[in-house]
Design a protein around this ligand. Structure first.
Ligand SMILES: Cc1ncc(COP(=O)(O)O)c(C=O)c1O
Length: 311
């Protein structure tokens, strides 16, 4: 169907890149004013309305719309972050009935534990979401899209009657045994050098060579989202060989031990930080463990200065 983004700025970026399909802005619109309305219209962005006050603001600015605005409504069913509450449904309905310039295209909610269909929180969320959909249908509002699933919810088939899935993690090929990771992140070798036993590398130095070794300095650091917590623990792949990080990851540079790479490593060679090289693979889960975080944070933490190529 289209793209889901968090913020208006992300939506604008997609339009600038030539995306023509629908784009919903899922959490970033928490107020409406003249400029916001103009921006949404110009860029054809569909807002998700996730509270009664925001819906009221939209209604108050309807006069500035040149054509009806499609929106999705988000309901709180137990996640307790964003969403319209059950006791607000009648007011929402009344506002919509008196505002023909708003076209509700979708009803949505978000799962707190999508991987577990049987968990009490999931059962509660599904039953409340069914009640929302039924309430609006009884009152004549049957939007085209009904959606509750994230990746985990889709895999666990939590809400089979939904007709749209807001897939995040699965798009990266993560979070399901039948999927293969698609993201690959590389960094160039800038220099190589030999170290004698006892010599240090980088700040501190927090690493000292226990034997004579060959090291390579890579053009990547925490300024790129390659986290400092990977220092002295994570590995990269050079010519398919796992090479440990030695010393601290610094802002723009990271050193690795390439002593085990049989053929010469030279400036310009690429090291794989994330992804496959030969039989070896570094996954976002593996990196996440070093940083005590989840793969989502590793992937979204790759900073904007790292060039992206979409194949
Ligand atoms: C409202 C909403 N829908 C869908 C998703 C996608 O979740 P996942 O990446 O687990 O598929 C998110 C993730 O942040 C979300 O906040």
């Amino acid at each position: 169907l289209g793209f889901g983004v968090a913020t208006v700025e992300e939506g604008i970026e997609l339009r600038r890149d030539g995306v023509r399909s629908p784009i919903f802005v899922m959490s970033g619109i928490q107020f409406f004013d003249k400029e916001m309305i103009r921006c949404l219209e110009t860029c054809r962005l569909t807002p998700v309305i996730s509270s009664l006050p925001v819906l009221k603001q939209l209604v108050a600015h309807l006069g500035e719309l040149s054509s009806p605005m499609g929106v999705h409504l988000k309901f709180n069913t137990g996640m307790n972050r964003l969403g319209i509450e059950q006791d607000e449904w009648p007011q929402v309905l009344a506002l919509l009935n008196s505002s023909p310039a708003i076209q509700v295209e979708g009803l949505m909610s978000h799962l707190a534990k999508g991987e577990n269909a049987k968990a009490p929180i999931t059962r509660k969320q599904v039953s409340l979401f069914r009640a929302v959909v039924a309430y609006f249908a009884r009152n004549g509002l049957r939007p085209r899209w009904i959606h509750l699933h994230n990746s985990a919810g889709m895999a666990a088939k939590i809400f089979p009657e939904g007709n749209l899935h807001r897939v995040g993690l699965h798009l990266y090929g993560l979070g399901h045994p039948k999927l293969r990771p698609i993201a690959r992140w590389t960094a160039p070798v800038f220099q190589t050098r030999r170290l004698k036993k006892g010599e240090g590398i980088g700040y501190g130095p927090y690493f000292k060579a226990k034997r004579s070794m060959k090291m390579a300095v890579l053009g990547v650091g925490y300024g790129d989202g390659y986290r400092r917590s990977f220092s002295n623990v994570a590995c990269v792949l050079v010519r398919g060989v796992r090479c440990p990080i030695v010393g601290t990851v610094s802002m723009d540079l990271t050193a690795v031990d390439v002593s085990r790479v049989p053929v010469g490593v030279n400036p310009g060679d690429q090291a794989v930080l994330l992804g496959k090289d030969g039989k070896q693979e570094i996954t976002a889960e593996e990196l996440g463990r070093f940083a005590r975080t989840i793969p989502y944070e590793i992937l979204t933490g790759i900073s904007p200065r790292v060039p992206r190529f979409f194949l």
